[in-house]
Design a protein around this ligand. Structure first.
Ligand code: AMP
Ligand code: FE
Ligand code: FE
Ligand code: ZN
Length: 286
């Protein structure tokens, strides 16, 4: 099945509405899609309805930013894809509300930092850029672009909004173990998104995977536009060795991430044959 397991809509920081996104996927010839908006499930019903109408298989989900403590006392940030999570009551669903509240506390602090840096920007400017329930740094970037300060989200993140950047503020996060356990308790399954961004190599990387697999991790997103072809192969071999599922997705954000297309990323992405079905099967058994 031609699939894409990592897509964003206007309900978080993508620029296509859930139904427009599904239409783009259908036109690209995709047969299976997963909507993975950050910290929210508010696009799921609309996307599923659109997918049903177009005869495309659909997996619900959300992408979580989590912390993981290493044995040496330092910590790494991981993006965790939680598949099979639907918008109704449940352990993870309840935590998503807390995560969005954490965003709402953090955004005004970032804006205050930006104002101190002499950027003329207000919360209203940011909310104008946001279509959904999970408002964050990308919308703050869009507001600065709308005001003519920058031309691209990337330019705003670079130095200003990136972790440790001049206007950066932390927000509340789950630990990786909490995310995996809450997802499993909610009938879902977890995959580490773009493992390159963990910044770990060799034994420390393997140790984290082993630890999280013991907690219930299903797989790693070996195929992502950020990974070059050699790295996609390396991650696939690691996944095979460890009994983890090697998955893939475009991380499409519409115009929010320039040059990314659904299904194919920057053009050369191939989501592994069978990965979509493998996740569907795990979810059906939970
Ligand atoms: P937040 O969830 O508010 O902390 O913002 C983080 C999100 O911003 C990530 O999940 C990405 O989707 C997006 N992002 C991070 N870095 C960049 C960048 N350099 N260019 C565009 N979007 C980015
Ligand atoms: Fe994003
Ligand atoms: Fe991510
Ligand atoms: Zn993503």
């Amino acid at each position: 099945m031609r699939a894409d397991l990592h897509l964003h809509s206007t309900e978080s920081d993508g620029t296509d509405t859930p139904s427009a996104l599904i239409k783009i996927c259908a036109e690209a010839g995709l047969e299976g899609v997963a909507l993975m908006d950050h910290d929210t499930l508010s696009g799921i019903d609309e996307a599923r309805y659109a997918a049903d109408g177009l005869g495309i298989a659909f997996i619900s989900g959300t992408e979580l930013s989590v912390d993981h403590q290493l044995t040496d006392g330092t910590s790494v940030k991981i993006h965790m894809l939680a598949y099979g999570i639907d918008p109704h009551d449940g352990p993870l669903q309840d935590k998503l509300e807390w995560l969005r509240a954490g965003r709402d506390e953090r955004n005004p602090k970032i804006i205050k930092n930006l104002r101190n840096l002499n950027y003329d920007i207000t919360m209203d400017d940011v909310l104008k850029q946001a279509g959904g329930t999970a408002v964050g740094r990308p919308h703050i970037a869009d507001a600065l672009i709308a005001k003519g300060y920058f031309s691209d989200r990337n330019d705003v993140f670079d130095g200003l909004l990136n972790d440790g950047g001049a206007a950066y503020v932390e927000r509340s996060r789950l630990t990786a173990a909490q995310a995996i356990e809450l997802t499993t308790q909610s009938g879902g399954a977890t995959v580490i998104a773009h493992p390159l961004t963990m910044g770990l190599h060799g034994d420390p990387f393997i140790a984290v995977l082993a630890d999280l697999k013991a907690t219930g991790l299903l797989g790693i997103e070996a195929h992502h536009p950020m990974h070059d072809v050699a790295l996609r192969e390396t991650f696939t071999e690691v996944a095979d060795d460890m009994g983890l599922l090697a998955t893939g997705g475009s991380d499409y954000h519409g115009t929010g991430k320039k040059g990314y297309s659904v299904g194919v990323g920057k053009g050369d992405l191939r989501v592994p044959e069978g990965a979509f079905e493998a996740i569907q099967k795990v979810l059906a058994d939970r």
